[in-house]
Write a protein of this length. Structure first.
Length: 295
């Protein structure tokens, strides 16, 4: 039992409340950490953005977006440990997805561009930063525009970019792996010449459940919670063995092979089987097995 007026907080109950949409309480020190980290992010932008535009006058491939994202991940607290070698060009990365920190860390480690939801491109500042890193925006609602979106991806790959997709379509808790959506894999069916697929497994270790942006937590609350955290956290990025999409004909086969390799690596890292994701995710029409059996 707790003594005096100090009650012990149950971490599982606190995490459940956050996932239900209740903002995490942030101490005065936590608020000071947020202010400090935001100030460092703004300072990085003030220095690197002008350098980016100056560099673009003389050359196409600016290194400054990658440098900013690398610094942003460190400022947020991530200490990235890279395993394996990311391909630099003509590569389609397929990764599991846990947090917005994934994007900063993956781009900082490999220089990759991303496929992102169209609505992200309309967010002030964030959308602009995404475009600096050559993000390809897609819309789930624009069924008639799928062909145009696939063409954008083909152009990105033809331009020798590395492009990353998160086929789960949402973030999870690092203990689960949702079904992979195959729609964006149409770019690989048939595969462009010389393009390889490289699966990527992200592992936050014991802190994954805390880092994960899950349930009904608002994006701003998640960002505040992570930026308020004291100290640092480790993120292991495993660049798995690449494969040629021609060896797995069709987008469903390519997607299944990438998911198999990621699941195998994640199970090995966790040292236990994956568990079903317990939250309903409307945008990707995912229902936990318990909900599917209700009613």
């Amino acid at each position: 039992m707790a003594s005096g007026s100090t009650a012990r907080i149950d971490p599982a109950a606190a995490r459940a409340a956050i996932a239900a949409g209740q903002p995490a309480p942030i101490s005065l020190r936590g608020k000071a950490r947020i202010a400090w980290r935001v100030m460092l992010l703004l300072l990085s932008l003030l220095v690197l953005v002008p350098l980016h535009y100056l560099y673009r006058f003389v050359s196409y491939g600016s290194p400054f977006p990658k440098l900013f994202l690398f610094l942003a991940a460190r400022i947020a607290g991530a200490r990235v440990v890279r395993h394996g070698t990311p391909l630099r060009r003509d590569v389609f990365f397929i990764s599991n997805h846990i947090s917005w920190v994934d994007i900063l860390s993956l781009a900082g480690a490999s220089g990759t561009a991303f496929v992102a939801k169209a609505e992200l491109g309309r967010v002030p500042v964030i959308g602009w930063l995404c475009r600096l890193n050559r993000t390809v925006f897609v819309s789930r609602e624009d069924r008639g525009g799928v062909a145009d979106q696939i063409n954008l991806l083909r152009e990105a790959l033809a331009d020798n970019w590395s492009v990353t997709v998160f086929p789960e379509g949402t973030t999870t808790d690092g203990q689960s792996l949702l079904p992979f959506k195959t729609s964006m894999m149409q770019v690989l069916d048939p595969p462009p010449p010389a393009v390889l697929v490289q699966p990527v497994m992200l592992d936050y270790g014991p802190i994954a459940e805390w880092i994960g942006w899950i349930g009904d937590e608002a994006g701003i609350d998640n960002a505040r919670r992570i930026l308020a955290r004291p100290g640092t956290f480790r993120l292991d990025i495993h660049f798995l063995e690449p494969f040629h999409p021609r060896d797995f004909p069709g987008r469903k086969a390519i997607t299944a092979e990438a998911r198999r390799r990621i699941e195998e690596a994640l199970v090995a890292a966790l040292g236990k089987p994956l568990r079903p994701f317990p939250h309903y995710v409307a945008p990707v029409r995912y229902q936990p097995a318990t909900l599917e059996g209700d009613g």
